[in-house]
Write a protein that binds this ligand. Structure first.
Ligand code: CP
Ligand code: NVA
Length: 298
């Protein structure tokens, strides 16, 4: 049966660790994998913008010997509402070997996967960003040399795809996660419901205590209208990652999925500091995408 990657919550601890371990192997000896996906075709469907996800998947596929087709939904019958997701899925499944889709709605992604006979990978929805978090775990393992007995502190907008995937991953792996966010921007209760080792607080000083990793994300995720910018900045400023916050966990490393808005969720002083690992984090998207493709494409 085909396997999809739609949510971190669908993965077991072993599956998470296995994909990270394959990414490590691919990174160490890329040539060994050069032709593993020869003649395979990936379709990238985008409803929202992207730099990292689009490029890392395209480069990954190219370096594995396959090919990628980029498909912007704004110019398609699906995006214009003239063709259903179900029909699109059935047609596409007959041309290509795997789909990576960045959509607004997780329900649309689930529908796409349900009616596709080929693997479907989430390239982010409003609800989750699984490839990001798998890549981040690879980065954390590289930097801290372990994934156990660690604490991640997340600051800012937590009603957010990256936070949701982080919650699922930390629960599965036994990583302590402390989330500091405004009351109105807490993770969805459906995500928090069965989580383990996760605390949500409004107190920045509580979350930062003993953190190994400090993580934040944009306050203006792709789907949030510009008209909310001023209001959100006002509410979220208390959760900005700046040097005085980083001083409270002096050995911690800084992570951000990017794109970052300097001066909002993080200051330039932090993102450009030696403790920032954001570009290694972005680089590792390439290796985790390769591992995901190798695991799913048969
Ligand atoms: N982190 C991430 O997914 O970046 P893009 O939106 O540029 O793909
Ligand atoms: N939460 C962000 C992640 C970007 C990679 C967004 O959805 O825009």
């Amino acid at each position: 049966m085909k396997k999809d990657l739609l949510s971190v919550n669908d993965l077991s601890k072993k599956e998470i660790l296995d994909v990270i371990s394959l990414a490590e192997k691919v990174k160490k000896d890329p040539r060994k994998y050069y032709l593993k996906l020869k003649n395979k075709v990936l379709l990238d469907i985008f409803e929202k913008p992207s730099l990292r996800t689009r490029l890392s998947f395209e480069v990954a596929m190219y370096q594995l010997g396959g090919h990628t087709i980029y498909y912007d939904l704004s110019g398609s019958p699906l995006g214009k509402g003239k063709e259903s997701i179900e029909d699109t899925a059935r047609v596409v499944s007959r041309y290509v070997d795997v789909i990576m889709a960045r959509l607004y709605s997780q329900d649309d992604l689930l529908k796409l996967a349900k009616h596709s006979s080929i693997p479907v990978i989430s390239g982010l929805t409003d609800y989750e960003h699984p490839c990001q978090i798998l890549g981040d775990l690879l980065t954390i393992k590289e930097k801290l040399k372990k994934l156990n007995n660690i604490k991640i502190a997340y600051f800012g907008d937590a009603k957010n795809n990256v936070t949701h995937s982080l919650i699922f991953a930390c629960s599965k792996l036994g990583i302590k996660l402390s989330i500091a966010c405004p009351k109105e921007m807490q993770p969805l209760s459906s995500v928090l419901g069965n989580s383990k080792n996760v605390e949500v607080t409004q107190e920045v000083s509580k979350a930062i205590k003993n953190a190994n990793i400090v993580y934040t994300d944009s306050w203006m995720s792709y789907q949030i209208p510009k008209s909310q910018h001023v209001k959100r900045v006002k509410i979220l400023m208390k959760y900005q990652v700046n040097s005085s916050l980083m001083e409270k966990a002096p050995k911690s490393l800084f992570m951000h999925c990017l794109p970052a808005m300097r001066g909002e969720e993080v200051t330039s002083g932090v993102i450009d500091s030696k403790r920032s690992i954001v570009f290694d984090q972005a680089h590792n998207r390439l290796f985790i995408q390769k591992a995901i493709l190798l695991k799913l494409v048969k």
